[in-house]
Design a protein around this ligand. Structure first.
Ligand code: CU
Length: 190
């Protein structure tokens, strides 16, 4: 039963893709989608707190077949769970990091894997980042709904870490509190 459903979804997805491709070639005024980045292409964000302290790094890696992998290695942060998301603008101006914009949400969905509304989640939603007593924590997650090219678009993107945990349920940001650390993704090796 589950397998049949999966096949059905895959067929629908592939016909939607062909329709999209056909639409592109027929409408010259539409901006063409950027070609996908080769698998393994990386970008790195150096994360800083509002005080300018080094809070670690996040690496984005282009995945074969689409999607992007985010690996966070954080330090100098308060113990406990923290909401961590990709935000839509590659700017991190302290102290509130509001210039990073809202969540990276290219397909206009709802925030959080447990949001009662569909569709969900945001392309840049991630599990909570758990920081230990030593101020360190790490997280690695594949974001299948995101693309490396989209992440590194004209206005870039940023990794933002919030003061509190993400409830994974509520728009627009899971009630995760203020932004305590931020890093801008720049092209380059991990
Ligand atoms: Cu956020």
């Amino acid at each position: 039963m589950m397998q049949l459903r999966t096949v059905g979804v895959a067929l629908i997805a592939s016909s939607a893709l062909s329709l999209t491709a056909a639409g592109c070639s027929m409408s010259g005024s539409q901006p063409m989608a950027m070609p996908p980045a080769p698998a393994g292409t990386t970008a790195v964000a150096h994360i800083y707190t509002a005080d300018g302290a080094d809070a670690g790094t996040a690496t984005a890696t282009s995945l074969a077949g689409g999607g992007v992998r985010i690996s966070i290695d954080a330090m100098n942060l308060p113990q406990g769970p923290h909401g961590a998301h990709i935000h839509s603008v590659g700017r991190c101006d302290p102290p509130d990091f509001s210039t990073a914009g809202g969540h990276w949400n290219p397909t206009n969905t709802h925030h959080g894997v447990n949001n009662p509304q569909e569709p969900k989640p945001h392309a840049g939603d991630m599990p909570n980042l758990l920081i230990g007593t030593d101020g360190r924590g790490s997280l690695a997650v594949n974001l299948p709904a995101g693309s490396f090219t989209g992440l590194m678009d004209a206005d870039g993107s940023a990794i933002v870490i919030h003061s509190g945990p993400d409830d994974m349920t509520s728009d627009p940001s899971g009630n995760s509190g203020s932004r305590i650390a931020c890093g801008v993704f720049s092209p380059g090796p991990a």
